[in-house]
Design a protein around this ligand. Sequence first.
Ligand SMILES: O=C(CO)COP(=O)(O)O
Length: 249
Amino acid sequence: MSRQFFVGGNWKMNGTTASNEALIETLNGAEIPEDVDVVVAPPAIYLESVRKALSPRIAVSAQNCYHAQSGAFTGELAPAMLADLGITWTLQGHSERREYFHESSEFVAKKTKFAIEHGIKVIACIGEKLAEREDGTTFDVCAAQLAPIAEALSAEQWADVVIAYEPVWAIGTGKVATPDQAQEVHAYIRAWLAENVSAEVAEATRIIYGGSVNGKNCNELAGQPDIDGFLVGGASLKPEFVNIIAARA
Ligand SMILES: O=C(CO)COP(=O)(O)O
């Protein structure tokens, strides 16, 4: 079974109306290979304007959303609001949210399930810190982050999930994981899914890599058997994002 290549651009807390317009012009003019899913995740305040200006060929994602549809949850976004604006994806559990906003894996799993139940697909982010890699606990950390998600979701709901493996030490550092390092963890995650969810889900679920991906290193990473795409930070704000989209072409 071949998994469709998936490239996401996480804009994080960057951009202005003017810089977004320039980036959208580049993206709308890009030739995107037919067999690639492309998603961009602008800051919440720009979701609507980006969705309106961007080609329908490219999906738009939130960077986070909450596990309720409305109510007294100051500062939060509901999946219903995303759907209302034509936003079809959300990130959950990015390492910056885990680190700076103390999101636990259980909370991430709860929000993941709720989003899927309400029609929003999820890019679920996992990954170890440098000290954990050095301690040799990378696999354990990834398994512990995946477990509550696997517990929360039915087998069918995995069709709406992409897993982003983003080693924290590689994010924004220019220190990309080697293709072998990334492949090793992706293969582990796929084996974990086979054991803890099902062989079918393991085979079908896209596992994408994030952490200092750029126009130069993307091709070799894309050639690894268990790397099904990328979640790109810094380089997704630049024209080279278009090259990353075509990494497997
Ligand atoms: O965190 C990331 C994407 O979610 C990766 O960020 P960088 O590509 O800037 O390292």
